[in-house]
Design a protein around this ligand. Structure first.
Ligand code: ASP
Length: 599
């Protein structure tokens, strides 16, 4: 090794030792006779002193050093003189008096500061990712990711799980996205697909009798770019045989609780995680990934709406629409502009409008309200007792704002859930130091794709319907509830899973509802269906996102922060400039012709 110890590991106990250090010049401070170098390595920073009085030639060499040069220093560790101790640094009580300096490599001036936490253009950071990763914040996130994955591996190994790798060159495994395809050189015109997840493979491992499998699995999904997405990502992929939903949930709950406690002991996390049915989540929060750090809930007020004289509400209800309401605590004094922001959220969800009733702070109580206490575009149409009634349904107090949205169910839920989220931020209710995990359970098995006029799998096609609904899978697909669950935290989906179908007959029935032809089923799923005929046990599992987990632990909402070499929001790699053209020879070998008009 070119060093005897890490610069960042030096402590008072090393005083009087002669050490060899190697790393990067983080900062140079020239004080005339004394030059100070902050020497940085992967463990941290130590201060090196070059003293002209003690060694003029080494002092002269140190004057040449610039940021990010790579150097090796030999020197003696000493206690820092009184008054110069830096309590912000773990090495702040000591310094090293240099007796030898070797320049191992020079560095151009970096395109951005590494030793300052400055707002830097993200594209530039990604183009020079190796420099960006030198920053302490980025190093610490990489560290957290390593710790989290190690924790998972240790935890599951202790519980008897085997980590098994599955292929990257495989055939289509549907998870609702497009496949990334890899052309085969050896078999002209044929392609491998990169796995959207190892779903079928882990089920085959259950058929193979492994009973407890996991993998830190790379997944590839060719979806449209979105800010919080990467085309390739990592999952904790897990499967168990002879289990029921509760077994998987209990295991994941303990894993996540222990992991969070171990890696971020200062964060608040509750145990056990609440379990909320999909139906209740949509009813109360309008979404299947509610942020439970705050308890604003919505209520169905169809019955109330029907009694009022607001015709538009009545028309919506008679057209099978719904009316829901929530209370915005303390928002009764919202300005016109603030209300417009809320209205905008309804519009972006496809809704027509927002009805609001502001209750004055001056009013004594809801029972004592007078019409003067109310500000609302519908105050002339609503009767006082109707306002009191809705106020009591949504638990409003004086000073609150009642919000009402009416329309098609999906639009109403989405609008109000966006409003709820907005209020959570506005009212400062999203405590960044709290993790509110929950399981959302009992999802529908299918969802209707209106544009394509067909049923799609709500989770994926391998999900087991509940026992009571086995008889109606093909007769009333809209009613079928699945043994399916999501792990959510602070408004984010962290993972999903299910108990799986393990018989050919039922699996074929589900494929038929999904509209797969016999040929499609044979070409894509024959391996799984055949395995079902050879004693595949009942099984189930889950996959949780590693990036999401690390984002929570590291307190960042940028997915690119938690991936060492991420793609941009438009799925470009600015460092390697991928994707890129390839040579015509490579294309010829792959028997591929690119249509020049499409480039
Ligand atoms: N394969 C599923 C996914 O990637 C997870 C699972 O059902 O285990 O979402």
């Amino acid at each position: 090794m070119l060093k005897t110890i890490q610069a960042g590991s030096l402590r008072p106990e090393h005083v009087d030792q002669t050490v060899t250090l190697a790393g990067w010049v983080d900062r140079r401070r020239d004080h005339g006779n004394l030059i100070f170098i902050d020497l940085r390595d992967s463990a941290g920073i130590s201060q090196i002193v070059f003293d002209q009085v003690l060694d003029p030639s080494i002092h002269q060499s140190a004057s040449l050093l610039r940021s990010e040069w790579v150097i090796q220093v030999i020197g003696k560790v000493r206690k820092r003189p009184d008054g110069t101790i830096n309590t912000d640094l773990k090495t702040g009580q000591i310094e090293v008096i240099a007796s030898s300096l070797t320049i191992l490599n020079e560095s151009k001036t970096p395109p951005f500061y590494i030793n300052k936490d400055e707002e830097t253009d993200e594209l530039l950071r990604m183009k020079y990712r190796y420099l960006d990763l030198r920053k302490p914040k980025m190093r610490s996130i990489v560290n957290i990711r390593h710790k989290a994955v190690k924790f998972i591996r240790d935890f599951l190994t202790d519980k008897g799980f085997l980590e098994i790798e599955t292929p990257i060159l495989i055939k289509s495994t549907p998870e609702g996205a497009r496949d990334y395809l890899v052309p085969s050189r050896l078999y002209p015109g044929k392609f491998y697909s990169l796995p959207q997840s190892p779903q079928q493979l882990k089920q085959l491992l259950m058929s193979a009798g492994f009973e407890k499998y996991f993998q830190i699995a790379r997944c590839f999904r060719d979806e449209d770019p979105r800010a919080d997405r990467q085309p390739e990502f990592t999952q904790l992929d897990l499967e168990m045989s002879f289990v029921e939903s509760n077994d998987i949930l209990t295991l994941i709950e303990k894993l996540y609780y222990d992991l969070v406690k171990s890696i971020t002991p200062d964060k608040k996390i509750k145990f056990p995680f609440p379990r909320i049915s999909y139906h209740d989540a949509i009813e109360k929060y309008g979404t299947d990934k509610p942020d439970l750090r705050f308890d604003i809930e919505m209520s169905n007020v169809v019955d109330w709406a029907k009694k009022t004289d607001i015709n538009i509400l009545k028309t919506i209800v008679s057209n099978k629409g719904i009316v829901k309401s929530l209370n915005a605590p303390g928002c009764g004094d919202f300005t016109r502009g603030q209300i417009s922001e809320l209205e905008e959220l309804v519009k972006t969800s496809g809704g027509k409008g927002l009805m609001w009733i502001a209750i004055s702070k001056q009013s004594k109580s809801i029972q004592d309200l007078t019409i003067e206490d109310i500000k609302s575009p519908v105050s002339k149409i609503l009767k006082l007792n109707e306002i009191q009634e809705i106020a009591s349904i949504v638990s409003s107090e004086p000073g609150d704002l009642i919000l009402i949205v009416a329309g098609p169910e999906k639009i109403v839920n989405q609008s109000l859930s966006l409003i709820r989220d907005h209020l959570g931020t506005h009212l400062g209710l999203k405590n960044p130091n709290t993790f509110e995990f929950a399981f959302i359970t009992d999802f529908p098995l299918f969802e209707w794709k209106e544009e394509e006029k067909r049923w799609d799998a709500a989770h994926h096609p391998f999900t087991m319907p509940i026992k009571e609904h086995l008889g109606i899978v093909d007769k009333n697909p809209e009613k079928v509830i699945a043994h399916c669950y999501d792990l959510v935290c602070n408004g984010l989906e962290c993972g999903s899973g299910s108990i799986r179908i393990h018989t050919r007959e039922l699996q074929e029935k589900v494929f038929a509802v999904l509209g797969y032809t016999k040929e499609e089923v044979a070409s894509r799923f024959d391996q799984l269906l055949t395995a079902f005929e050879y004693g595949t046990p009942p099984h189930g599992g889950i996959a949780t996102g590693i990036e999401r987990l690390v984002m929570l632990l590291a307190g960042t909402d940028n997915i690119r922060d938690v991936v060492a070499f991420p793609k941009t929001q438009s799925f470009i790699d600015p460092l390697f400039e991928a994707p890129d053209h390839v040579s015509s020879e490579q294309l010829d070998e792959l028997h591929i012709k690119v249509n020049p008009t499409k480039i």
